[in-house]
Design a protein around this ligand. Structure first.
Ligand code: FES
Ligand code: FES
Length: 159
């Protein structure tokens, strides 16, 4: 067993500290130690996108990072996108556009799309498709997901 390392990061606006073995992934830390089980684990090797979280503004795969790498970082999980009990406009658009069925992939799509819309507020259809191309959904056929992201961008542009 390797020695534990101290790490402090901000998760959904809350400062958290822990002593962790270096092998503990960010996904396992979030799920098992912080009980933030909205971060889902599918492939566990960077392919499916289910584990996507936002670190310092960028969408990243929590299964590919060791938690001890996150010293000083700001992490946002799907639970932190909106205040408790509320939904973001993007989350509401997912509901309105039938962008989920079983919901397993949904946290990863939401975090990916959330970060993408921060970087590109007026995306084209092709840009949305490209941004989401690293996330796998086995249910929806993707059309509803793409529609939800585009509709969110369009609604924001009209405000
Ligand atoms: S669980 Fe991380 S990319 Fe699939
Ligand atoms: S809604 Fe089931 S995997 Fe995407």
């Amino acid at each position: 067993m390797s020695a534990a390392h101290a790490v402090t990061m901000t998760v959904n606006g809350r400062r958290v500290s822990a002593n962790l073995e270096p092998r503990v992934s960010l996904a396992d830390f979030l799920r098992e130690q912080l009980n933030l089980t909205g971060t889902h684990l599918g492939c566990e090797h960077g392919v499916c996108g289910a584990c996507t979280v936002i670190v310092d503004g960028s969408a990243v795969r929590a299964c590919l990072l060791f938690a001890v790498q996150l010293e000083g970082a700001a992490v946002t999980t799907v639970e932190g996108l909106a205040p408790e009990g509320e939904l973001t406009d993007l989350q509401r658009a997912f509901r309105e556009h039938h962008a989920l069925q079983c919901g397993f992939c949904t946290p990863g799509f939401l975090t990916t799309a959330h970060a993408f819309l921060q970087e590109n507020a007026r995306p084209t259809l092709e840009e949305v498709r490209a941004a989401l191309s690293g996330n796998v959904c086995r249910c929806t056929g993707y059309l509803g997901i793409v529609d939800a992201v585009l509709a969110t961008a369009q609604a924001r542009a009209q405000r």
